[in-house]
Design a binder for this molecule. Structure first.
Ligand code: NAP
Length: 455
């Protein structure tokens, strides 16, 4: 652990997911350049482990996407960087305490909760937010005890985005594919023994409006033992020929049309069905989910040019024991920081938080722009914010803080996990995975993580 000098500018980044790491790299680049600034970065996370959604969100059968973490490792090894895990803002340390010690705070906390459907039965056991389900199979310590009911033959997934595809795929992957991943062991056992044979993905608008990305749709064709079912009437011949549509949409329509044309593999043991123009109206059951009522929609184009789903009044009832709500994530307010409830983001101008009291506070990633985009989107987003952080730091002398930050933190948080502690956890997990050809076997208990992190 290097000595952080009192005359450097110190920046705290709260949150260690992709946007936090891209911000850290951009800040440290300034220290390496001839900007004249000596910027040091302390990155905080409420978990003992870094990487945010790369560890706890990206589907385990997408190791290539997860491999971006090696870039974050490189950033973490740079001079001027420290990781302080298992420190919760608002519980272990306050915003004011950070402001007393840092020249700037960059919030990179993502969107930590779910958007609600607002329909009867949404909270019945067996109706689960994808945020929780994704955390469960990825070994996020908050969701270890979720125990989703997998003794049902059919799962219904609400939403037509990449998270809907992720959760549907994870339910239907062949055992051999699952066993090669870093899916948390509790989830691996449950998924291998699962009775789910079918996932029905419901989009409230049509195939043209679906939010899937092409790579994610295309890969479905390569999954063993999986029949992909698309109603040819929903993707008629020629649907992809409309050259007023964006290229990505046309490619997606081509793929969906291909599935419809070829028809599902009749011998496959698993089935993933896309059903468009369907909104969830009610989830029903006696003490647990037993069926979902879907409303059938038609589309209407509003004055803003956006296509809206309009209820036709027709209904369809689908028996199921598991409903996964994948309709988007939502940000949570930070203590004493302005917040816009409707968008679930912090009001800002190019990353500078709005309001006179917040001149040394910034945002990056989903808490800045909402839960959209892929991992790489966060790089440009973080660079925009960091440009402003650096311009502001250049105008200010580093603040004088009375105490040594690390000593203060260790006193405050005896279970703090530093970079060396995370390294020890990482090596342990990778070591456990190696004999089984898995990237890692995740440790999911907070106590065990803390124990492993100690020298
Ligand atoms: P998303 O892309 O915003 O998709 C949300 C879906 O939910 C949309 O189809 C939306 O339909 C639907 N929806 C919203 N409210 C609804 C309601 N009340 N009833 C029915 N449907 C509703 O969100 P996401 O899937 O959570 O993904 C978040 C971000 O992470 C996206 O940018 C995504 O691409 C990214 N991601 C990427 C990957 C990858 O690259 N492999 C994997 C996972 C996630 P409308 O369009 O009609 O609103």
């Amino acid at each position: 652990m290097e000595n952080h000098t009192a005359r450097s500018h110190h920046v705290a980044i709260v949150g260690s997911g992709p946007s936090g790491f891209y911000a850290a790299a951009a800040l440290l680049d300034a220290a390496d350049s001839d900007s004249g600034l000596d910027v040091r970065v302390d990155m905080y996370d409420r978990l003992a482990t870094p990487w945010g959604l790369v560890r706890a969100g990206v589907a385990p059968d997408h190791p290539k996407i997860k491999s971006v973490s090696s870039q974050y490792d490189k950033t973490a090894e740079r001079e001027g960087f420290r990781f302080f895990g298992h420190v919760s803002l608002g519980e272990d340390v306050t915003r004011d305490e950070l402001l007393e010690r840092y020249d700037a705070i960059v919030y990179a906390v993502g969107s930590q909760t779910e958007r609600r459907l607002g329909i009867p039965g949404e909270d019945l056991p067996g109706s689960i937010a994808s945020v929780d389900f994704v955390g469960w199979y990825n070994g996020h310590p908050d969701f270890v005890d979720l125990a989703p009911p997998l003794d049902t033959e059919r799962a219904v997934v609400i939403g037509a985005g990449n998270v809907a595809l992720d959760v549907a795929r994870m339910l239907l992957l062949p055992e051999a594919d699952l066993r090669a991943t870093d899916t948390a062991d509790h989830a691996l056992d449950a998924l291998v023994g699962s009775g789910v044979r079918e996932a029905l993905i419901c989009g409230r608008r049509g195939p043209r409006e679906a939010a899937f990305t092409t790579t994610e749709l295309r890969e479905l064709a390569d999954i063993d033992d999986l029949a992909v079912v698309v109603d040819p009437e929903q993707v008629p011949a020629g649907i992809a020929d409309d050259d007023t549509l964006p290229k990505g949409t046309r490619r997606n329509l081509d793929i969906l049309r291909g599935f419809a044309e070829n028809g599902p593999d009749p011998d496959a043991g698993h089935r993933m069905e896309f059903r468009f123009y369907r909104s969830p109206v009610e989830i029903r059951g006696d003490g647990k989910v037993e069926e979902i009522v879907l409303g059938i929609n038609r589309l209407e184009t509003g004055e803003d040019g956006r296509t809206r789903a309009v209820d036709t009044g027709e209904r369809e009832t689908v028996p199921t024991g598991l409903v996964l709500r994948a309709v988007g994530y939502k940000g949570l307010a930070l203590p004493d920081v302005p917040f816009d409830e409707s968008s679930g983001t912090v009001p800002h101008t190019e990353g500078r938080i709005d309001g006179d009291e917040h001149t040394r506070e910034y945002v990056v990633g989903w808490i800045k722009r909402g839960p959209t985009g892929i991992i790489g989107t966060n790089k440009k987003d973080a660079n925009e914010t960091v440009r402003h952080v650096l311009a502001d730091l250049a105008e200010r002398e580093p603040i004088e803080h009375a105490d040594d930050i690390e000593a203060w933190l260790r006193d405050r948080c005896p279970d703090l996990v530093d970079q060396a502690g995370w390294r020890a956890i990482d090596e342990h997990e990778r070591g456990r995975g190696e004999p089984h050809g898995r990237p890692r076997v995740k440790v999911v208990s907070r106590d065990e993580l803390i124990k492993l992190s100690r020298p």
